[in-house]
Design a protein around this ligand. Structure first.
Ligand SMILES: *Cc1c(COP(=O)(O)O)cnc(C)c1O
Length: 233
C-alpha cells in the first residue's frame, strides 16, 4: 500500500531531523549530507507526491524503472542509480543519472565511458566496496580499489567521486566498524585523488550510525515511503 502524501512528508521530516541530530552530535554540518530518497518499486504517483513536497533527489535500483520514471518527472530531479549494474542496461542509466553508486567492474566502467562520450556528459560514479567481505555482496575488496582506480584513469568522461558500501543487515550499532572502514579508505585515497570526496553509506536500518561515521550520501527508502511490495516482478 502506498503511504499518503502527508505520511511521506512527516517521514521525510523525521529523517532530516535525525540526520541533523546525528551530524551535530559529532560536530558535522547537516548540509554536508545528501538525502537520496529511494523510490524503487514505488509507482510514479509516489515519486510525484514526494516531488510536490519538495524532494528532488531520488535513487533507483533498476535501469528501466529509472529510465521510465525520469521520463515522467521534471528536469530538476537529480537521479542516482544505486542498484546492481547490468552492463547491457547502462544505456538506460547514463543518459539520466547524475551519480552511479555501484560500479566495481572494469567492463562497467568501460561501457559507462563509451555512453558518457556518446551523450556528451561527464558521468559521476562511486565505487562499491564490500567492506564486510560477504560473499553474496557486490563490490571490490578494499585492497583492490587502488588498482581499479588506476585502470580507470584513462577514461576521460568518467569521474570517480566517491565510495559506496552496504553494511550487513545487523543491529545498527554493530554496523559502525564497516562505515568507519569506508571512511578510512577514502582518507587514504584522498591524498592521491582529491576528487574522491563522497561516502555513500547508510540506509533505513543504519543511517544514523553512518552519518556519525562521515556519510555524505544516505540512501533511504523504507523510512520515508514505507515497506516495499515486490509483487510486480
Ligand atoms: C533499496 C536500497 C536502499 C534503501 O533501503 P531502505 O532499507 O529501504 O532504506 C539503499 N541502498 C541500496 C543499494 C538499496 O538497494
Amino acid at each position: 500500500m502506498n503511504l499518503s502524501q502527508s505520511d511521506i512528508r512527516q517521514n521525510f521530516q523525521n529523517v532530516l531531523e535525525k540526520i541533523r541530530f546525528h551530524a551535530e552530535k559529532v560536530g558535522r554540518k547537516p548540509d554536508e549530507i545528501k538525502l537520496v530518497a529511494v523510490t524503487k518499486t514505488h509507482p510514479i504517483e509516489v515519486v510525484r507526491a514526494a516531488y510536490e513536497i519538495g524532494m528532488r533527489v531520488f535513487g533507483e535500483n533498476y535501469a528501466q524503472e529509472l529510465r521510465d520514471k525520469a521520463k515522467n518527472m521534471p528536469e530538476d530531479v537529480q537521479w542516482h542509480f544505486i542498484g546492481r549494474i547490468q552492463t547491457n542496461k547502462l544505456k538506460y542509466v547514463v543518459p539520466v543519472a547524475e551519480y552511479i553508486h555501484s560500479v566495481y567492474r572494469i567492463e562497467e566502467m568501460e561501457e559507462i565511458e563509451k555512453l558518457a562520450v556518446r551523450f556528451g556528459k561527464i558521468q559521476k560514479v562511486l565505487i562499491e566496496v564490500n567492506v564486510s567481505n560477504e560473499e553474496t555482496k557486490g563490490g571490490l575488496r578494499p585492497e583492490e580499489i587502488r588498482q581499479f582506480i588506476k585502470e580507470c584513469s584513462s577514461y576521460k568522461n568518467v569521474n570517480v567521486v566517491g565510495l559506496m558500501t552496504m553494511a550487513p543487515f545487523i543491529e545498527p550499532e554493530d554496523t559502525r566498524p564497516y562505515f568507519r572502514k569506508l571512511f578510512e579508505l577514502r582518507e587514504e585515497l584522498r591524498n592521491d585523488y582529491p576528487e574522491i570526496k563522497e561516502l555513500s553509506m547508510g540506509m533505513t536500518n543504519d543511517f544514523t550510525v553512518a552519518v556519525e561515521e562521515g556519510s555524505t550520501m544516505v540512501r533511504i527508502g523504507t523510512a520515508i515511503f514505507g515497506e516495499r511490495e515486490y509483487t510486480k516482478a
